[in-house]
Design a protein around this ligand. Structure first.
Ligand code: ADP
Ligand code: MG
Length: 209
């Protein structure tokens, strides 16, 4: 079983499938998306990258990871625009921050994959309450390849699957990351405000080093 097609021989022989990269904030979803898209470009495939227009936190057009990797993308208002813009000659479509799109993204990804496109979607699988987020559950169910990546819990250093909101708001979508959310493991997520961050920088460095 493959969580992602790693070697050339692992790729399906037919053209067209769906890959999903999911996890909490800071788990490396964007990094992994950029890595796969860069490799596709090296293989001289025609790659198109999209992100929701509402997400302009780091850059109006680029998809940017927390460790400052970036790749040029096209901001779109709706999934339907992706179908229009991807055109007939695209080999690979990358989509970041998929949780911000509505459910119509599921059908758009299916149509692209049915038509021979390798579709790679990255997005938060859970919102700040730990509930399944937007179109992600259906994307996960319909993908050939699913990769769940993990952050480091900023409270205790365990693997983190939750995005804990540290500012007061009940809106499901609240943009802003380092100042509004923390990556936490299950016990530290459940402990809420009773537990505090230790060595945030240290933990990030440990993970990288
Ligand atoms: P995502 O798209 O999942 O939010 P990114 O790919 O943008 O994540 O960023 C991942 C990078 O974030 C890591 O390589 C690391 O440099 C940095 N980072 C900051 N905080 C954490 C954390 N708590 N756990 C893991 N990585 C972190
Ligand atoms: Mg990201």
């Amino acid at each position: 079983m493959f969580t992602e097609p790693r070697r050339h021989a692992d790729f399906p022989r037919h053209r067209g499938w769906l890959e999903v990269i999911c996890g909490s904030m800071f788990s490396g979803k964007t990094e992994e998306l950029i890595r796969r898209l860069t490799r596709a470009r090296i293989a001289r495939q025609r790659v198109e990258i999209f992100k929701p227009a509402l997400d302009t936190r780091y850059h109006a057009q680029d998809v940017v990871s927390h460790n400052q990797n970036s790749i040029r993308s096209t901001p779109v208002q709706s999934p339907a625009e992706i179908l229009l813009l991807a055109g007939g000659s695209t080999d690979v479509v990358g989509i970041d921050e998929a949780q911000f799109f509505d459910e119509s993204l599921v059908d758009v990804c299916r149509q692209l994959a049915d038509n021979g496109v390798r579709v790679i979607v990255a997005g938060l699988d859970m919102d700040y309450r730990g509930r399944p987020f937007g179109p992600l559950p259906a994307l996960l169910a319909t993908a050939e390849f699913v990769t769940k990546v993990h952050a480091v819990c900023v409270c205790c250093g365990e693997l983190a699957a939750y995005s804990y909101r540290i500012v007061a708001s009940e809106k499901q979508v609240l943009l802003g990351e380092t100042d509004s959310y923390e990556a936490r493991c299950r016990p530290c997520f459940l402990a809420g405000d009773s537990i505090k961050v230790v060595h945030k920088e240290q933990l990030t460095m440990n993970k990288e080093g």
